[in-house]
Design a protein around this ligand. Structure first.
Ligand SMILES: *Cc1c(COP(=O)(O)O)cnc(C)c1O
Length: 352
């Protein structure tokens, strides 16, 4: 508290990300980073960035990157918006597209940044409960609303909605924007980007942080029809003209252009996920069906908070949410095969 803070600042409840340990050598399975290296072409593009390029301001509209993304998704560059991580893109969507008189809707268990942005921009919201299997029932979203936002697959559950269900959601909400946050779609889902030509109320948000192993670069993007993208651009140009630096723009293009590396990386994560789910099941854990680069697991006889602590003491960090309905679950990012094996060994010892 400070007398120098504005009234808004006094009322804020900031988001708290998973920890980034600075010193200890930890096995880090808590923030869904990729266990795979980014494409070597990304590193080449970064190394080839000259002093002269750095001397200048970057392209404020990130045209080369937007063109590359537009080609990949069969859209026009005017249907692509890029930002400093998808968190920034989502924040702009809250202010630019979701701030209306009626409350917005999102699941009761979901990305915990959504209520934070709603608080920042004074947007009312209603939490729509997942069913007992932690699934979104799209029929629950047929009520008056100022917009809808949900991750697909959902976080931190990993549970996926089909494209047919997303279509139902869009058809039932023609007068509000539906933001589908596809941070994890590349690990087993079908992107709603294919529905953009049909639905003017659809905004699809992606990140390079998870499936392209570039969390440190801070690049995210949104896909949608021109009007929605223009709304985001208006907000962006009132906030920061240059959200992506020249290094990020060049490296992101290199990543998008290396489709083979991207596909192989996603496959490696999916293979490790299948291995880890089987191994966890062998130890008596129950995992929700995951289409993401993490699993959400619970042990019927062990307290999740205790397991979290015990793992931490052995240098293995996973994510634990002390929240209603999910306080007996651990969210475990899919690491390298060695990291997954180390986790299973540690759990074996703890459960013995
Ligand atoms: C990781 C994540 C993001 C943010 O990704 P950045 O691009 O790194 O900001 C957004 N939404 C969900 C659901 C996520 O899990």
């Amino acid at each position: 508290m400070s007398r120098f803070w504005s009234a808004v600042t006094h009322k804020l409840t900031p988001y708290v990300p998973g920890e980034q340990p600075r010193h200890k050598r930890l096995i880090k399975l808590n923030t869904n980073e990729s266990p795979v290296e980014p494409s070597p072409r990304v590193l080449e593009a970064i190394a080839a960035t000259s002093g002269d390029m750095l001397r200048r301001y970057p392209d404020p509209e990130s045209v080369a990157l937007r063109e590359s993304l537009a080609r990949r998704f069969g859209l026009a560059p005017s249907q692509v918006f890029v930002g400093n991580g998808s968190d920034e893109v989502l924040a702009h969507a809250f202010l630019g597209l979701l701030q209306h008189p009626k409350p917005i809707l999102f699941p009761d268990i979901t990305y915990s940044f959504y209520p934070v942005w709603a608080g920042l921009y004074g947007i009312e919201f209603e939490r729509v409960p997942l069913d007992e299997d932690f699934r979104v029932d799209v029929a629950d979203y047929q009520r008056p609303n100022g917009g809808i936002i949900l991750p697909n697959p959902n976080a931190p559950t990993g549970v996926l909605l089909s494209l047919a269900e997303i279509r139902q959601l869009l058809e039932a909400n023609r007068d509000s924007v539906v933001v589908v946050d596809e941070a994890y779609i590349d690990f087993g889902g079908e992107s709603a980007a294919a529905l953009i030509p049909e639905f003017d109320n659809l905004l699809v948000v992606h990140t390079l942080s998870k499936s392209r192993a570039l969390a440190g670069l801070r690049v995210g993007y949104a896909l949608g029809q021109d009007e929605l993208i223009e709304g985001l651009s208006r907000v962006k140009n009132c906030f920061n003209s240059y959200p992506l630096d020249v290094v990020a723009q060049r490296a992101a293009v290199a990543s998008i252009e290396d489709e083979a590396w991207f596909q192989a990386g996603c496959q490696a994560v999916v293979d490790n996920r299948e291995w880890l789910q089987q191994a966890l099941a062998g130890l008596g854990f129950r995992c929700l069906p995951s289409a993401a680069n993490f699993v959400f697991a619970s042990h019927p006889e062990r307290n999740a908070a205790d397991l979290f602590q015990a793992l931490r003491e052995q240098g293995i960090v996973v994510r634990y949410f002390d929240k209603p309905r999910i306080n007996q679950y651990l969210r475990i990012s899919i690491g390298s095969r060695e990291d997954c094996e180390a986790l299973i060994e540690a759990l074996q010892a703890l459960l013995a």
